[in-house]
Design a protein around this ligand. Structure first.
Ligand code: DP6
Length: 355
């Protein structure tokens, strides 16, 4: 369903793809973007990236000539990363890109400065577009499991966590002995293996800081290479994933919540004991975490937190408690956020082909 622009050599595709939030975290990698342990995440709904690529013939270029804009403007840093990624793919996986001009326009539904990682949604949207263009060049348009698997593999090469964003609901990336079909090369959907309570689980993201992260994920992963606790961590992640998959299937919120919180705190503990060390939480992150735990104890409402490699706190809870938890967030937590900023999200249906 690509849009024909009237010229034979011009093809346009557009995809939106969501961000995701990991419950068992990917932290540590090797080789060509291969994970040290398997991870699992909820695919989100509202926080997403939309990318459009227009491809046309261009004579005399070995690598594609890329014209990149982010939200209608030049963005040299994003452009550089995108060009490097696409050039790498042209040699290895996508020779059809040789002799092409690519006009890429991309936008996020969340503000760039909100501190929400955009690499998962950005790289997955871009990869879906590239895989779609490849198919169209081959004269096919079958958006089947093989298509999404390839898109996940390509997305992984751009950013590990992006491998999980191409699937609806919930997905696993990384080989795990108990998860059939799992692979280090690409993510897989595990949406069918989860209890109904998780199909519309909420994730409200408290923006504790909107500053750029003090250490990039890529640098953070590298620090694991010399972290004295790395091996123990990878073994723990494997056990946590085994238990978490059971909790997801049975709908056991208590176990899910305990593992999810342990994973978030472990990720931050690993950064604290890396060399150099980093403290990625802010005082407000800790205040919010303590308040969430007290609220849970007092009310019995199963509300839990997780964090990525930054200070923002993700508040996770089942849909049936939406009124109580949103009131709690509004009255007790929003004061800790930059300009009371909260990104309200929930588990979603995955990427969408728009053109
Ligand atoms: C803490 O996927 O951003 O969010 O592969 O270097 O791009 P790169 O790293 P990235 O790492 C994400 C780490 C995390 C945990 C997770 O999403 O699993």
């Amino acid at each position: 369903m690509s849009k024909s622009t009237g010229q034979k050599n011009k093809t346009q595709v557009q995809w939106s793809s969501p961000s995701n939030i990991a419950l068992v975290k990917y932290w540590g990698k090797h080789g060509q973007q291969l994970p040290r342990n398997a991870s699992v995440s909820f695919t989100l709904s509202h926080a997403k990236t939309t990318t459009r690529i227009t491809m046309e013939d261009m004579e005399g270029v070995a690598y594609p000539a890329v014209d990149f804009t982010f939200e209608g403007r030049q963005q040299p840093l994003f452009a550089q990363r995108t060009v490097k990624f696409i050039n790498g793919l042209t040699d290895v996986c996508f020779p059809f890109l040789k002799g092409k001009k690519l006009t890429i326009d991309t936008q996020n539904t969340f503000p760039h400065s909100s501190g929400i990682a955009s690499s998962a949604s950005g790289m997955s949207a871009l990869s879906l577009c590239l895989c779609d263009l490849e198919m169209q060049c081959n004269g096919t348009t079958i958006y089947d499991a093989a298509f999404y698997r390839k898109a996940s593999l390509i997305a992984r090469l751009g950013s590990g966590s992006a491998a999980r964003s191409v699937f609806p609901g919930m997905s696993v990336w990384g080989y795990h002995k108990d998860i059939s079909g799992s692979s280090d090369d690409y993510g897989i959907s595990v949406a069918d293996d989860v209890a109904p309570v998780f199909k519309n689980f909420h994730d409200d993201i408290l923006i504790i800081s909107d500053k750029t992260k003090s250490v990039s994920s890529t640098a953070g992963h590298q620090l694991m290479d010399n972290n004295p606790f790395a091996q123990v961590r990878y073994e723990q992640a494997e056990k946590n994933l085994t238990q978490l998959m059971i909790a997801l299937k049975t709908g056991d919120l208590e176990i899910l919540g305990k593992i999810t919180e342990d994973e978030a705190l472990t990720l931050h503990a690993l950064m604290m004991c890396s060399n150099p060390s980093y403290i990625l939480m802010e005082p407000a992150s800790l205040e919010v975490i303590n308040k969430i735990r007290k609220f849970r104890q007092k009310t019995g409402i199963p509300v839990y937190f997780t964090l990525d490699a930054g200070p923002n706190v993700h508040v996770l809870y089942p849909h049936e408690y939406v009124a109580e938890v949103k009131k709690f967030i509004r009255e007790d937590l929003s004061q800790h956020c930059v300009n009371n900023h909260i990104v309200e999200d929930q588990v979603g249906d995955g990427p969408q082909k728009l053109v």
